[in-house]
Design a protein around this ligand. Sequence first.
Ligand SMILES: C[S@@+](CC[C@H](N)C(=O)[O-])C[C@H]1O[C@@H](n2cnc3c(N)ncnc32)[C@H](O)[C@@H]1O
Length: 210
Amino acid sequence: MLNKSTFEDGSYFLQRFLQSPKHIASVWPSSRFLADQMFHDLNLTSGDVVIEYGPGTGSFTQRVERLRNSGTILRYLGVEKDPGMHQYLTRRFPELEFVLGDAVDVLEFCKARALPAATAVISGLPMVLMNHRTVYGIFAATRDCLRADGVFRTFSYMHSYPSRRAAELRDLMRQCFEEYELSRPVVRNLPPAFTLTGRTPRVAPLHHSR
Ligand SMILES: C[S@@+](CC[C@H](N)C(=O)[O-])C[C@H]1O[C@@H](n2cnc3c(N)ncnc32)[C@H](O)[C@@H]1O
């Protein structure tokens, strides 16, 4: 059953998808089951910096709010490229900060706010569909804004697993992080998805596969 806020988020998400399908890339927001997996085992504590790319209508952001309500006050920055989504987020989560911009510029956004290195970067970006150069740029900047023991987590849909772009994404994860793992499938998300987690960013330069 959909509750009121899930329905409102979904309706707005669908509306933005119809206006800008290439950037929104999905017709409906991620489920709470995928949100659980995105925050699984992050062991966040008050004062940790968490950066979110592409929060959309806030499926994952809700967890930051929930942690805050239970006394874990994170330093959060959401980076959202879509002006409509950005406005929706700032209204829905007035206590959190969202910048209207591209995730590739994350370092600039962090520097402008004098944010310490991030404990976790979570991404809702449709990386498998995005421009190759932009994805490389985002990975390079992400490594630079994470703590030495920081975590980067993104998700991908199961059906795209065999594609070349999905294989490139997995290769980038391996290149960028000392430890890299895929989660079990989250089959209650529509479409089913899994998360990709990289821990401990490497310092070696990125190798472009094309
Ligand atoms: C598939 S939606 C995911 C939304 C939300 N995280 C979820 O899982 O329901 C992708 C979101 O990323 C945003 N986006 C796409 N490219 C972006 C970029 N380069 N930088 C920041 N946000 C971007 C879109 O506007 C959209 O809100």
